[in-house]
Design a binder for this molecule. Sequence first.
Ligand code: ZN
Length: 175
Amino acid sequence: MSLEIAKQYEDFVRKVSPQVAELLGVKNRKIKIIFASTVEYPVLGVTSGRTIFLNTEWFGRHPNDHGTIVHEIAHAVMDINVALELESWLIEGLADYARVALGYPTLTGLSPDYDPERLFEGYEPTAHFFLWMKSKYGDMEIKNIARSISEMQVFDVEKLRRLLQEYKKDNERSL
Ligand SMILES: [Zn+2]
């Protein structure tokens, strides 16, 4: 990959990370990106702490896949070093929520949809839950959850459970 292309991605990360941090209610952080040939398809990016490792081949061929980079930026601004298994669906959901909420396309190009079977798998089905939460109650609780996970604090699981029930009820009704 040419230096020029790599710089384009670095500029993108610098420009967008404050927006992602603001959306998730966490501090903006200095993020490092590394193009790594060890990141192989189907993995497009891997984030560890504040460092994003990107699949060199993929991004060389898909210079406009900014959505995937936004997803990884969400992990990086949350600076997750230790994640509980219980939180991983929320973390992947928050990252896809950031991607869609900031107007970047998903991999399929479709908007996340209601998918109760896959709700706890993270990614788009969970992003759909956060988008619902935002449209109904604003993004305060989403920020609370993101910040708590980021700071390794506990959050209100009972409240989350109530919201999930309400989310299902609202969406079952509209099916
Ligand atoms: Zn992820």
